[in-house]
Design a protein. Sequence first.
Length: 249
Amino acid sequence: MGAERESVMQVGAPGAGHALDLTVDAHVHTGFAAGRDSVGVIVSSADRAGLTALTFADQAGPDTAWLPAYADAIRRASRRTELTLRIAAEVEVVRPDGWLALPADLGDLEALSVAVSRLPYGSTTLSPRDVRGLLADGRLTPEQVAEILIEVTVNGLDRAARYAPTQLARPLGLLAEVGLDDSAVTSELLGALIDACWTTGTAVEISEAWRSPSVRVVTDLRESGVPLMAASDARYADVVGRWQYVRRV
């Protein structure tokens, strides 16, 4: 832990030692991309769940053409509700150096949710199935997968933070998809991720849908004062702001 971060923690860094705010859902999807329901239907469901704030973070990339309409729909909904609504997008890290598959126009976005759903490896990105195959034939070890995943995540946060406030989606969730647990993530690697969150001002999502990160990782993030956010990652309105895994964590 760096001396600068230690000194901040001594006076009580944001998120350190405080309960997670379960009236805020930091990541939901709509029918514009990965979800099913309209912005209005999701806001109504969030209101019934007793939420006070909601971040829309649909998956977007270089070919996304609907961001202006998406932002307009959220702004219209905000005029009809007391909930605080935030316009964000989920973007993928697609190269080892942290290069992001960003939409062409970020002007409407208030935040970026950074995700690693495929493993950048050399000049390509590997699907979870590809990674499982490389692990099975010994061309990658669990430790190497964890090291690559942390490195590309750190690099992606550094790039994303140049454009908008950042949050980290389902951190280390890719490990579970390739059949690994986070025991492959050493304390040194986790420390690098924590330092990156501090340096970039990134808040970490605790994902209900993906059950990620683990209790061990949440504990280390919390003790280091990294801001944590409850995130349903909901694709359906009726599960917005409904917590089971998040409450247990």
